[in-house]
Design a protein around this ligand. Structure first.
Ligand code: THU
Length: 160
């Protein structure tokens, strides 16, 4: 038996002003997108913004449903939109943020497991890393340079 260490190095920024200009702009788009979320049930508004290598920015927000599991997270709304409309473009980075009508979200909000799996598919498809920046309504911003840092031991097409 031997042990295998699985680790990731993330970057933590104290303030939006510390981000590179492009990432700051992307996060501003994610904040705007979160304000348009359809979240009547959770009151938790998530916004995601993707930058593509063709210069396009694609946004998404969570879309909830009275039949709860029929809703979709912001990140998947955004990345599926990118996949549907710009299938040849590579996704360079994704910014994610969230706010709530009932509480102050002061912790960085990472993509959920299902969204990580979905983003991983595109990282594999384009054979290039997708950087993920995530934050709450206030507080620190976390950056993962690649989705794979957030989802080690991913299940992908190599197993099929
Ligand atoms: N949500 C997202 O949009 N992204 C995530 O990564 C986590 C959760 C949404 C789903 C639901 O509409 C609300 O946040 C509460 O879970």
């Amino acid at each position: 038996m031997k042990e295998v260490k699985v680790m990731a190095i993330l970057q933590v920024f104290d303030h939006l002003d510390e981000l590179p200009t492009e990432a700051k702009h992307l996060m501003a788009e994610a904040i705007k997108a979160s304000e348009q979320a359809y979240a009547p049930y959770s009151k938790f508004r998530v916004g995601a913004a993707l930058s593509l290598d063709n210069g396009q920015i694609v946004v998404g927000n969570n879309q909830e449903n009275a039949a709860y599991p029929s809703g979709l997270c912001a990140e998947r709304v955004a990345i599926f939109h990118a996949g549907a409309n710009y299938p040849k473009a590579k996704v360079r980075a994704i910014a994610v943020t969230a706010s709530s009508d009932t509480t102050i979200v002061d912790k960085p909000v990472p993509p959920c497991g299902a969204c990580r799996q979905s983003i991983a598919e595109y990282e594999q498809k384009q054979d290039a890393p997708i950087a993920i920046y995530f934050m709450g309504e206030t507080g620190k911003i976390v950056k993962a340079s690649s989705l794979s840092d957030l989802l080690p031991l991913v299940f992908d097409s190599s197993y099929l």
